[in-house]
Design a binder for this molecule. Structure first.
Ligand SMILES: [Zn+2]
Length: 395
């Protein structure tokens, strides 16, 4: 890690508010309160998924957050203390300097926060926000669990009792679909209900090209290639890959995929010389009354982290879209997904439309950089994003 990169990251962190602070220790002034969004959230002794579970919190519990480390946050709730996966908390109050937003015009703070990689998806909490959907006919098809761990429940809803925890990759037979839930039989096991967002068809080699993309017809999608003009974004450490350029090429591929599926695509910039303001990017989405807004970025970190991250701001408005796109990114990219996470970004926060910000790999990780700078990866990412949008609109 180069000193310069470290400094840039710290500047970004400070400008982006306490939630994204990159420092290893947040001061007392950075505490805020938050609410648990998952049904049950494990508390761990250390900021890592492998760390011991020291307790748990129920949905709606109020916690005080005092520190953050790569997607894990240190919490205190009554007598309980420890670390939880940050993306299962909704911030409710505190010292987040939300008005102190990054402005375009300087590289480090141009609005694409360089921030921590979230921890792995916390086991078992993947059914926190299923989207309501119309009933679908029974299918009887084979499927696989996509989430790291997935609750199987006695009925189609998070109110129903969890009967089993299914591991990623578990084979299932789909018996029935209802309101975003599927009744499944576990291979060699019992039956129950799981959120359909976290199961995928077995053997679907192609990410794109399924019928779900039919839902894209006529939809207005705003694609926002991050940075541009005098703001190059992140510069890769090994190959000097310029983020603004690969954001642009990736965005073009996404636009191509979406148009092919019948969507109407608006790009916030169409070449590398343009540098629209962050407010302008969000306004484009609002003015176009976009059905979805997707901001495309590649990431940086002073630590050894890799993979993709999908950010949302609003639990109600953005999170279902984030879930849909992340599920496709996780499935078909060959780069690990670090799941979805809350992100306090201008282009999401000031956006009235369903919106997400994608970080499609770390330019500070040599392996990630070598992968993501290739055309092949960017096309695969574009297909996954289009497929995720297709899934989102399929309901
Ligand atoms: Zn960026």
């Amino acid at each position: 890690m180069k000193p310069i990169a470290r400094r840039a990251v710290l500047i970004c962190g400070v400008m982006l508010g306490s939630f994204m602070l990159m420092t290893d220790k947040a001061g007392a002034a950075d505490t805020y309160t938050a609410k648990v969004a998952a049904e049950v959230l494990n508390i761990r002794g250390e900021p890592a998924a492998r760390s011991d579970i020291v307790g748990s919190l129920k949905k709606g519990s109020i916690v005080t957050v005092s520190d953050e480390s790569y997607g894990w946050v240190k919490i205190n709730s009554g007598s309980k203390t420890g670390w939880v996966a940050g993306h299962y908390l909704i911030q409710s109050s505190g010292s987040s300097n939300r008005d102190n937003d990054a402005k375009p015009g300087n590289t480090a703070g141009s609005g694409k926060p360089v921030k921590s990689a979230a921890g792995k998806t916390e086991p078992g909490k993947a059914d926190a926000a299923p989207k309501a959907a119309a009933d679908k006919e029974p299918s009887g098809k084979e499927a696989t669990v996509l989430a790291d761990k997935l609750y199987m429940r006695s009925g189609p809803g998070t109110d129903s009792k969890a009967t089993e925890v299914l591991a990623k990759g578990t084979r299932l037979t789909v018996l029935k679909q209802q309101n975003g839930w599927v009744q499944v039989r576990v291979s060699g096991g019992g039956t129950g209900w799981v959120s359909e967002r976290y199961v995928g068809e077995t053997g679907s080699v192609q990410i794109a090209g399924n019928s779900a993309k039919g839902g894209l017809r006529g939809k207005v999608i705003v694609i926002d290639p991050g940075h541009g003009g005098g703001d190059p974004g992140v510069i890769g450490l090994a190959h000097k890959t310029v983020e603004k350029s690969i954001n642009m090429t990736t965005a073009r591929y996404v636009a191509e995929e979406l148009r092919r599926a019948g969507a109407q695509v608006v790009l916030t910039r169409t070449n590398d010389d343009e540098q629209p303001e962050l407010s302008g990017r969000a306004q484009t989405s609002n003015k176009q009354r976009a059905d979805a807004f997707v901001s495309i970025h590649y990431n940086a970190s002073p630590k050894k982290v890799s993979g993709t991250l999908t950010y949302y701001y609003s639990e109600a408005k953005d999170r279902p879209l984030a879930r849909s796109i992340e599920a496709r990114l996780a499935k078909g990219l060959g780069l690990k997904s670090n799941g979805i996470s809350f992100g306090d970004y201008h282009v999401l926060r000031e956006n009235d439309r369903p919106s997400v910000l994608l970080e499609l790999g770390f330019l500070t990780d040599a392996r990630d950089e070598a992968t993501v700078r290739k055309d092949d990866y960017q096309r695969k990412a574009a297909q996954a994003i289009a497929a995720g949008l297709g899934d989102y609109f399929a309901d």
